[in-house]
Design a protein around this ligand. Structure first.
Ligand SMILES: [Zn+2]
Length: 442
């Protein structure tokens, strides 16, 4: 009976599903769905251990944004192209390409900048701000080049590297890393991405991650920002042509989530895992509507294999399992079973139970994808999956899934599919954020 109800959850509107999605998922499910869980019996190993708050009113000028590039500086390389100045209490220092690469590292509580031409040992009570003297001056931190100002900020025991620059310039370093911008047919998707990324950034300006220190993180915890490394003509055009344009809800910037590939089924939950911000923008989609759009994605459907040792190592980290116990299991052999206990309305896994011998571990939220990461630590692409034993190789778990990312808001590959089909970016945004309004903020 449980299996029947699972099928109903996956196909809430069966008549509207196209044959190929149904065919693919159904063929995967037919033999998977009848098993409530999967069990691997490991033989003893001969080699032990081997294995929403207030938002500001619209402004009329382009805002500045502070992006955290490194949240714990230990040892970095820093160089300059163009002219920069660092003003300290005792003196003012100029930096340009002739300085070469400086090592940046901690020495006790201080931060040191050193090479054969410069040596600065700076105490935590000082402001460390490298200011550009010309518009196109760049600095390079750990082999990535950026424009704008660079600060090193003492925050508790850690030192953060923060880049401050105009929002539009910031977006030039986001769009090409968040969506492919090398093909002509992707134009409208890149435009939609520029608006979504600008909106998300404006939302962060109103709800900074670390108020007073920085607004936004430069990685997938917010959105990927990698400076001027990959600025394509299309990315530049997408940012310039949509300058100042964002999506609003009652006149305020909305938290526009987006993700790589929904796999044909957008997530309809109202909360993003780990977030205190309701993803109001992401609700109220018909579950079948993105089916054709993101079929162009390499993650539309996927199959992954995992061995029990890899999962056990993940579980040890996620659930802080005693290492002696894990070693014992690895040496003596162990039985592992994995069961998806319940699913969200989009059929994404909500709770997964891992059983190792007599012990159970319940994973939910982002812990599911981390617990099922591969041996190199790459996360399972999405929570939209089914798991069983591998038919060919019963030593391994066999995971059939769809999509990449959390499934909320805009599906980026879906936007590409719509762009290739000739839709305009306004229509793409309207499809993924039906409750939001396009507005010119500056
Ligand atoms: Zn999609």
């Amino acid at each position: 009976m449980k299996n029947a109800s699972l099928k109903r959850q996956i196909y809430p509107q069966p008549k509207s599903y196209g044959p190929s999605v149904r065919g693919m998922l159904m063929s995967c499910l037919i033999f998977l769905v009848w098993s409530c869980g999967s069990t691997v019996k490991k033989t003893p190993s001969t080699q032990p251990g081997t294995t929403p708050s207030t938002t500001p009113a619209a402004s009329t000028t382009e805002p500045q944004i502070r992006a955290c590039l490194i949240d714990n500086v230990t040892r970095s390389g820093l160089s300059f192209d163009g002219n920069y100045v660092l003003v300290l209490e005792e003196a003012q220092y100029r930096f340009d390409s002739s300085i070469g690469t400086l090592s940046v590292f901690r020495s006790g509580k201080n931060l040191v900048f050193r090479n054969d031409r410069r040596y600065l040992d700076i105490a935590p009570d000082q402001l460390i701000v490298f200011r550009p003297l010309t518009k196109n001056s760049e600095f390079t931190l750990d082999n990535v080049s950026y424009r704008g100002e660079l600060s090193f900020v003492f925050d508790g025991d850690q030192v953060l590297a923060v880049n401050e620059l105009g929002l539009e310039r910031y977006l030039q370093g986001v769009v090409p890393f968040e969506i492919p911008t090398h093909q002509k047919g992707y134009t409208e998707a890149a435009f939609a991405q520029a608006v979504a990324a600008r909106t998300y950034a404006m939302h962060r300006l109103a709800n900074p991650v670390n108020a007073g220190v920085y607004d936004i993180r430069a990685d997938t915890r917010d959105q990927v920002y990698r400076g001027v490394q990959r600025l394509t003509d299309l990315a530049q055009r997408a940012v310039n042509s949509t300058r100042g344009m964002i999506l609003t809800e009652r006149g305020q910037p909305s938290p526009t989530y987006y993700h790589s590939t929904c796999g044909g089924i957008l997530e309809s939950d109202a909360m993003l895992p780990g977030s205190a911000v309701p993803a109001t923008a992401a609700v109220a989609h018909d579950l079948d509507k993105d089916e054709y759009n993101c079929r162009v994605s390499p993650f539309y459907r996927w199959v992954e294999f995992r061995d029990a040792e890899t999962i056990l190592v993940n579980l040890q980290r996620e659930f802080d399992i005693d290492s002696l116990r894990v070693e014992g299991w690895m040496n003596d052999g162990f039985t592992m079973s994995i069961e998806v206990l319940d699913r969200k309305p989009s059929s994404r896994a909500k709770t997964v139970r891992f059983r190792v011998e007599e012990q159970s571990f319940l994973a939910d939220g982002s812990r599911i994808r981390r617990s099922l990461a591969d041996e190199r630590g790459k996360l399972l692409p999405s929570d939209l999956f089914f798991i069983n034993l591998s038919p060919e190789n019963p030593d391994k778990f066999y995971i059939v899934g769809a999509g990449n990312g959390h499934g909320r808001g805009m599906c980026q590959w879906g936007a590409i599919g719509m762009s290739l089909a000739g839709r305009q970016y306004q229509s793409i945004l309207g499809f993924y954020y039906p409750d939001l309004t396009l507005a010119q903020m500056y």
